[in-house]
Write a protein that binds this ligand. Sequence first.
Ligand SMILES: O=P(O)(O)OC[C@@]1(O)O[C@H](CO)[C@@H](O)[C@@H]1O
Length: 314
Amino acid sequence: MIVTMTPNPSIDHTVEVGSLRRGEVLRAQRSHVDPGGKGVNVSRALAAHGRKTAAVLLAGGAEGARLTELLDEQGVAVHAVPVAEGTRTNITLAEPDGTVTKLNLPGPACADTELNALLDATLAACGHDTTWIAGCGSLPPEAADDCYARLVASAHAAGVRVAVDSSGPALARSLAAEPDLVKPNREELAACAGVPVRTLGDAARAAEVLRARGARAVLASLGPDGALLADSRGVLHGEAPVDAARSSVGAGDALLAGFLAAGGGRDALGPALAWGAAATGLAGSRMPAPPDVDRVGVTIHPAVDGDRVLEEER
Ligand SMILES: O=P(O)(O)OC[C@@]1(O)O[C@H](CO)[C@@H](O)[C@@H]1O
């Protein structure tokens, strides 16, 4: 079983518009709602593959109740820890060419007692068959930024491996606790390492900085350039082309889910890439199921081309 912890989940409201013009009244063509938050998405992707998972999250107000309902409908076991203020709604504006503009709200303020209850519930959700805990996403306002560091320490004391997918101080603070895996995207990697990441070589060096600070392995998602895995055995790079990209929202979460589902070792990079690419081909933050993943071709390169300039930098 893989347990996910999401301190700041969301209702993800995707609105499809013809084209996004600032300052104008736009008529939406379609809209839909998904349960959201990075750990929630990891659990959704695992559940879509028939894998055992539990999503532990903070939930408040009518939106929190709706989030729990939506997850129930998708067959995800939810452990909702109450928070006084309402769960946030994040807005995605999706254009037909695949351009996505995302508006993420700060979320409900979170008291220490609520955060402690979330950490306790996460450990309590683990059983003898729990292989990983994934602590994912931003922290709500007022939450202490050692949240993931504490998660890593208590999970390790219980003998469970931990993956952290976050950003800013929450990610930086987690490193000293020696998480088994961190999953930054390119911006998060650059910000955390304190170096620009323009090439694959830069990404590999930045991943080594995070490892030197304590991360046991780094899985960096690099959008159209695939992903890079750095661990004690070296650096691996792989990619999976996407024919018709519809939405990158949640693709990093699907990548992490695929990686953990495949065991979390070096062989897991291929499945991770396939799950991530499959998510990119789906609307909004829909998570891929096996038929979506089976359609994806993956290449793992024998060596990292350090001079290759990342697409977002070209
Ligand atoms: O504000 P955070 O916690 O960094 O990110 C939240 C979020 O953008 O992440 C998921 C996609 O990865 C979405 O479901 C959700 O809206």
